[in-house]
Design a protein around this ligand. Structure first.
Ligand code: FMN
Length: 170
């Protein structure tokens, strides 16, 4: 798909069919995350592919936002392997994981796979539910699947501020 079309086509899907995601499409999505840039090329991300019904049920206890998706990704990062900004008040963990997640969500759109970025969950509870190692933190969860019949973007999908409200040339 043409890049601008990918950007236009992606929307937050909130109702999925039970059609599974083909393995090659899932691999293409994960590969797009693998190629994402990270600070100092640390690659501290760790992606958990959750598609076993028992594991999905565990995530259902920490978020109401699976919407029937057959696959969820948990995008985590190793908080002991991050770049610390000068000043020491910030590090690259969430930043790098967000870039990885963005690559994957756009790759999903390119593959014709619907998605939704989720932050409506307690990261500590999600970490516990998936049994992650102590050093890892979950940045986000991502629903992946095919939209159910009749599902589509919500009205707010087209309500973006004009550039002059979010961009300043100085
Ligand atoms: C950082 C982030 C967190 C979000 N968390 C949730 C969520 O927990 N549950 C949900 O249903 N949608 C969630 N969304 C989807 C947003 O509601 C949606 O992206 C926004 O309303 C714009 O709609 P669009 O993605 O269809 O353009 C999230 C989106 C972003 C970018």
């Amino acid at each position: 798909m043409e890049f601008k079309e990918v950007i236009r086509n992606r929307y937050s899907c909130k109702k999925y069919s039970d059609r599974p995601i083909e393995d090659e499409k899932l691999t293409a999505i994960l590969e797009a995350g693998r190629l994402a840039p990270t600070a100092k090329n640390l690659q501290e991300q760790h992606i958990y592919v959750v598609r076993d019904p028992a594991a999905l049920a565990k995530l259902d206890t920490v978020t109401p936002c699976r919407y029937g998706a057959p696959v969820m990704l948990a995008v985590a990062f190793d908080s002991t392997n991050v770049f610390t900004y000068p000043g020491g008040g910030r590090d690259s963990g969430t930043e790098d994981a967000a870039i990885v997640a963005t690559h994957m969500i756009l790759a999903a759109a390119d593959e014709g796979v619907n998605s939704c970025w989720l932050n409506f969950f307690d990261p500590a509870l999600a970490k516990e539910a998936l049994g992650l190692p102590e050093c890892e933190e979950i940045l986000m969860l991502m629903d992946l699947g095919y939209a159910a019949e009749g599902a589509g973007p919500l009205p707010n999908h087209t309500k973006r501020k004009p550039l002059d409200q979010t961009v300043t040339y100085i």
